[in-house]
Design a protein around this ligand. Structure first.
Ligand SMILES: [Zn+2]
Ligand SMILES: [Zn+2]
Length: 368
């Protein structure tokens, strides 16, 4: 172990830098120290960079989605031990407070979204993970790092969106946004037995990927500036004039926010899991009588063990979403590729520089 490690730091709005940091150490008996095996860049990291996450602390190591190996545990940690490969939860949660006891871990009184936001995250080599018994889930050998990378955040968010949307067997589900969270929401929506999943995005290649992955049955390409009423009309055409039974909004633009309620049928559930960079307005007079149910989130990532089992059984596979891999030393290039969606980029995996040779030769470019 070297005394320092490379880490991507959120210095200030618009200013990210790769710097040398001392290795983290355990602070609480419930902490674990985890060596990063594979991490990612998430759209939420871009929101922090853009200044749209006021609770983010300047100086923090970015990154909140990763797979690692436990190297040290505090004396009260029971569920994981050194040497174990683990998926790491985006949420830090105590498991004992009022909110945790009801599964609302995003609002844990002693945590919430901390990693890579308020405490040091995973775009580095080692991470201190508080409440390790809650935040770490052991991985079976049959689930490799790439297969498990999205378990703790993006896949959890997709599952959360599908749950919020209260999908019933036979429903038509509309998912707005075919990025990583959107496609994960479609894959998870499928688990609830809908008759049909309709995907909406402004990028053709993302919709094509959603179809190739079996995530979407129908797709609607919506270029910027298209009238949302016209798109809602297309959804009604696909649903006997009624509109979608359940809507999951993962895109986070004003247009998709509007489309979410316009394309919903009366009495539908509308799940808003996108992180908006600007305020949105619900035009209640225009919606009166439509009797919609809105739910918003902040993922309560409490189903990691179940998601890992579904991956193991081959019922969830998010690997096709990881289109690019970069070594940690090139992470600023990776941010540029990811944020500009260059070269068809959906999701970037980041390999720590000291990773196994077997891993660093891995090229996950989507070839199916
Ligand atoms: Zn995220
Ligand atoms: Zn709690």
């Amino acid at each position: 172990m070297t005394a320092t490690m490379q880490a991507l730091i959120y210095k200030d709005i618009g200013d990210l830098r790769l710097e040398s940091r001392p290795l983290p150490e355990l602070r609480e008996p419930t902490d674990a120290l985890v060596r990063v095996r594979l991490s990612s860049i998430c759209t939420s990291d871009l929101h922090i960079r853009n200044g749209a996450v006021p609770r983010a602390r300047p100086g923090v190591v970015l990154g909140h989605e990763f797979v690692g190996e436990v190297v040290e545990t505090g004396r009260e940690v029971r569920r994981v031990r050194p040497g174990q490969r683990v998926a790491v939860n985006v949420e830090t949660f105590c498991g004992q407070c009022f909110f945790c006891r009801q599964g609302f871990v995003n609002n844990c009184e002693r945590g919430g979204w901390e990693l890579g936001c308020r405490i040091d995250g995973c775009q580095t080599e080692y991470v201190r993970v508080p409440f390790a018994d809650n935040g770490l889930d052991p991985l079976p050998d049959s689930v490799d790092d790439m297969a498990a990378l999205l378990v703790g955040d993006v896949l959890a968010s997709g599952y959360f969106g599908a749950e919020l949307a209260a999908i019933r067997p036979g429903d038509t589900v509309l998912v707005l946004g075919a990025g990583p969270v959107g496609i994960c929401a479609m894959l998870c929506a499928r688990l609830f037995g809908p008759a049909r999943i309709i995907a909406v995005d402004k990028l053709d290649d993302r919709l094509a990927l959603a179809q190739r992955m079996g995530a979407a049955d129908d797709v609607i390409l919506v270029p910027d500036g298209v009238d949302t009423q016209a798109v809602a009309g297309q959804v009604r055409d696909l649903t006997r004039g009624r509109g979608a039974d359940a809507v999951i909004e993962c895109a986070g633009s004003s247009a998709t926010f509007t489309l979410a309620w316009q394309a919903a049928r009366p009495n539908a559930s509308v799940a808003l899991v996108a992180l908006y960079e600007t305020e949105q307005t619900l035009p209640l007079p225009r919606m009166y009588g439509k009797n919609l149910i809105f739910k918003t989130g902040g993922v309560d990532a409490v189903h990691s063990a179940r998601l890992i089992r579904l991956i193991e059984e081959g019922r969830l596979d998010t690997r096709p979403l990881i289109t690019h891999t970069f070594p940690l030393r090139d992470i600023l290039v990776a941010y540029d590729v990811f944020s500009r969606r260059k070269d068809g980029c959906i999701k970037c995996a980041i390999l720590p520089d000291a990773a196994d040779a077997s891993l660093s030769t891995f090229n996950p470019r989507f070839t199916r």
